[in-house]
Ligand binder design. Sequence first.
Ligand SMILES: [Cu+2]
Length: 117
Amino acid sequence: MAPITGTIHEVKMVGDTKGYRFEPANFSVKQGDGAKFVVVTGGPHNVAFDPATVPADVRDQLNANMGTDKMGDFSSNMKMNAGESITVSFGKIKPGQYPYHCVPHLALGMKGVITVQ
Ligand SMILES: [Cu+2]
């Protein structure tokens, strides 16, 4: 796992009467920043990157950067309770756009795009 050397961006994972979503869903980070995804309501949630959109030369690093919460390729384990979180490092991740989603709620539109600058 490449360490987080910059800012940690907090993202809420929410499910309520308005739907399921990441807040913010679309945001930018600098290489070396991190993102901390925190359950607010509506779990279980997780964080997964679409293998089809992850560049071949980023795959190993992105998998490593999901740390101990990684469960499958580019996919974290599930978080159920408010306050539980998943932190992903963008250390050594090359600039580009990285679409991500919550596996249980993808069909309900719980997805976004992280831009690494
Ligand atoms: Cu979800």
